[in-house]
Design a protein around this ligand. Structure first.
Ligand code: NAD
Ligand code: DAU
Length: 349
């Protein structure tokens, strides 16, 4: 049976992953360790709190004492690290927090997992671990930097992050790699493209645009709006992580993406059309500093070596997503009250 420590499980992708895993596996134990920053929302998991397979622990991935205690108590054989500061714009105004959570937090988790999984924890030359253990680092395509009009990121593309966020994620990837190379730890790194779907905090493009259009507020498009992202429905990201947990070769990196490149302005227009609003709400604003022009994932490795395929096309996923936000208006109202208003004023004034 898998006994999983999921970190950052109250956030967007982590909460979708918990729902996915509980649906897929009867025999499983999950501990969700989340410090509940502004982006962590326990309400995303309301429907599973009573499930005996699920335990929530409020805490920080940098808290060594707490994580040691959790390993002793729950005997995890799998760690999936989602916990992170994840928003590029915030990393431009508050870089330090990104370095602490994304780098030090990842190293703390790795160190404790290594100590608990090594068959000789105090021997620095020991490269043998308990059977069937794995540390999976959830990373991002942003570590590769930006593309021009052509080409795609493969796992061999050199790392060249451009924002404090992506630099912190790239640093975490390198420390995960180092624990594999130096200590032989069983690890995988996944690098996914932009996700969309239910429970995404409305600081990110798609839920922000949906929310603003419901309020008839301006839709702030950065620069010329022609930047390109490669979109994947969140449940497809979850199934890809599950596939890597089952079949990923130790030490390997897997890119995840569904070949859905779209310009930002195309997405904004599509949202407005679905909502029955016209384009007059579109407002071009000053560009994000260091804005990456284009991302595109080559998913050949995960599809050909592990047999993963995304289920939803962008056209299906975006309709499902817009409809989810329009149905779950109370969720949106709760997350956009209080601190969110303050954030919005600061970022877009
Ligand atoms: P999110 O911001 O929605 O959620 C992050 C979660 O981590 C929150 O619940 C937050 O409370 C928690 N957290 C933050 N700091 C913590 C700490 N110190 N200790 C414990 N918990 C902490 O992020 P997301 O969009 O769900 O992204 C999850 C992961 O996937 C991140 O590592 C991100 O880099 C990666 N990723 C995201 C995308 C995307 O499009 N959103 C794409 C590829 C990879
Ligand atoms: O590529 C994976 C990454 O995708 C993840 O690692 C990050 O955690 C996630 O936040 C996301 O990063 P992006 O910067 O691509 O996502 P964001 O939703 O912030 O922006 C998407 C695009 O839309 C980007 O080109 C900036 C633009 N944008 C965004 C906002 C919030 C706007 O034009 N206006 C906006 O108000």
């Amino acid at each position: 049976m898998k006994n999983i420590l999921i970190t950052g499980g109250a956030g967007f992708i982590g909460s979708n992953f918990i729902h996915y895993i509980l649906k897929e596996y009867e025999s499983i134990q999950i501990v969700n360790l989340d410090v509940l920053t502004y982006a962590g929302n326990p309400e995303n998991l309301d429907t599973v709190v009573q499930d005996p397979r699920y335990t929530f622990v409020k805490g920080d991935i940098c808290d060594r004492v707490l994580i040691e205690r959790l390993f002793k108590e729950y005997h995890f054989n799998t760690v999936v690290n989602f916990a992170a500061e994840s928003h590029v714009d915030r990393s431009i105004t508050e870089p330090e927090l990104f370095l602490k959570t994304n780098i030090i937090g990842t190293q703390t988790l790795l160190d404790i997992a290594k100590h608990n999984w090594s068959i000789e924890p105090d021997n620095k030359y020991c490269r043998e671990y308990l059977k069937d253990v794995k540390f999976l680092q959830v990373s991002t395509d942003e570590v590769y930097g930006a593309l021009g009009n052509t080409g795609m990121f493969t796992e061999k593309t050199p790392i060249a992050p451009n924002s404090p966020y992506s630099a912190s994620k790239a640093s975490a990837d390198l420390i995960v790699r180092a624990y594999h190379e130096t200590f032989g730890m069983p690890v995988n790194i996944t690098r996914c493209s932009n996700n969309y779907g239910p429970y995404q905090f409305p600081e990110k493009l798609i839920p922000l645009m949906i929310h603003n259009s419901t309020q008839n507020k301006p839709l702030p498009v950065y620069g010329d709006g022609l930047q390109i992202r490669d979109w994947l429905y969140v449940e497809d990201h979850c199934s890809a992580i599950d596939t890597v947990l089952q079949k990923g070769k130790n030490g390997e990196v897997y890119n995840i993406g569904g070949n859905n490149e779209k310009a930002n302005i195309e997405i904004v227009r599509l949202i407005l059309a679905r909502m029955g609003k016209d384009d007059s709400l579109i407002t071009y604003v000053k560009d994000r500093p260091g804005h990456d022009r284009r991302y595109a994932i080559d998913n050949t490795k995960i599809t050909s070596e592990l047999g993963w395929v995304p289920r939803l096309t962008f056209d299906e996923g975006i309709i499902k997503t817009i409809d989810w936000y329009l149905t779950n208006t109370e969720w949106m109202e709760r997350v956009t009250s209080g601190d969110y208003m303050h954030y919005y004023e600061k970022m877009y004034r």
